[in-house]
Design a protein around this ligand. Structure first.
Ligand code: PEP
Ligand code: MN
Length: 348
């Protein structure tokens, strides 16, 4: 249930609503926005729903009371009508600007990451990506530099002046990864790792949750709900492609129809990862532009200083030149979509 207050409702009026909620041994959650909304996140016994709604409806300062019909609540737009803006320093997800996160699939060395950071920042990306703990299908494939990779990421982020994101795969690593990067990435294969979601929720560190390759939209939303229900409001949703019908030409099927759906049913910012979505570098810029046109709030793109030498996901990594050219194109799509995406020009 969500109680929407009238514009300018007083503190006493807000407290009056909370008091009635607490009297029924229910929790209240204040959600400031263009108007104050008060949510009741836990399940309300069926026989209490209507009487409680009627009781609250007549309280001073109350504009309307709505019942949330979906299985996920905190993540739904019914619960919070205003779009959430996730702010990480001067990077704002969910506002008019399209945020671009870019960098290599894996952190391979200090030099490789530093070079990547300089390249992506010069072209307008504001978040550097790079995996230190890599979820690889084969146990014989490069598994990442682990702790050493995180230390490199932290150092490069500070030296270059760019925010950072890296994947966390297990609940016991949440604290360690959060100490080294600005955003925790929960990978597609971990979307339903519930102990990880709980720990990342409790950490209250910004999280980008990737959609599982076979997850329905509702399963995705319920996974996000875990993060929110455990206290984390800084959650980004990321579409990264679902299992394809045909792997001949692309690695996954980038489900861009999920973007307008997620924007409608949830208040959380939506990111698209066209790199894992298609898995082929030459198709990434086209799908990045399409993602902006579909309403995405941000992109995650793999870029490597020398794609042929990449230790993971080499086929989908953009070269510095391809990334720069993609950023120029994105600005055009952003403008016609009523968004901002300002590529920085390299050189004078
Ligand atoms: C990645 O971002 O490098 C990654 C492993 O992504 P996903 O979880 O989407 O496969
Ligand atoms: Mn990758």
């Amino acid at each position: 249930m969500v109680v929407v207050m009238r514009p300018g409702a007083s503190l006493e009026e807000i407290e009056g609503v909370c008091e009635v909620i607490h009297r029924h041994e229910l929790e209240s959650l204040l959600m400031p926005g263009s108007v104050m909304a008060i949510g009741i996140p836990s399940a309300i016994p069926t026989d209490l729903r209507d009487p409680l709604e009627q009781r609250i409806q007549i309280l001073p300062g109350v504009s309307k009371v709505t019942q949330v019909s979906r299985s996920y609540k905190l993540a739904s737009r019914e619960f919070r009508p205003d779009s959430t803006i996730v702010e990480i320093g001067d990077v704002r997800f969910g506002g008019p600007e399209v945020v671009v996160m870019a960098g290599p699939c894996s952190i391979e060395s200090y030099d490789q990451l530093k070079r990547s950071a300089q390249i992506v920042k010069a072209s307008g990306a504001t978040v550097l990506r790079g995996g230190a703990f890599k979820p690889r299908t084969s146990p014989y494939a490069f598994q990442g530099l682990a702790d050493e990779g995180l230390r490199i990421m932290k150092r490069v982020g500070h030296e270059v002046g760019i925010k950072t994101i890296s994947e966390v795969m297990s609940p016991d690593m949440v604290g360690l990864v959060a100490d080294h990067v600005d955003i925790l990435q929960i990978g597609a294969r971990s979307m339903q790792n519930f102990p990880l979601l709980i720990e990342a929720g409790k950490s209250r560190h910004p999280v980008m949750l990737k959609r599982g390759p076979s997850a329905t939209i509702d399963e995705f939303m319920l996974a996000a709900e875990y993060l929110l229900a455990h206290g984390n409001s800084k959650v980004l949703l990321c579409e990264r492609g679902v299992h394809p019908l045909d792997r001949t030409y692309t690695r996954n099927t980038l489900d861009l129809s999920a973007v307008p759906v997620l924007k409608e049913i949830s208040h959380l910012p939506v990111i698209v990862d066209p790199s894992h979505g298609v898995g082929v570098a030459k198709y990434v810029p086209t799908m990045a532009c399409a993602a902006i046109a579909s309403g995405a709030d941000g992109l995650m793109v793999e870029v490597h200083p020398n794609p042929r030498e990449a230790l993971s996901d080499a086929a989908q990594a953009l070269s510095p030149e391809a990334f720069e050219s993609m950023m120029q194109k994105l600005a055009v799509f952003a403008e016609v979509s009523g968004r901002l995406c300002t590529p920085k020009r390299v050189g004078p």
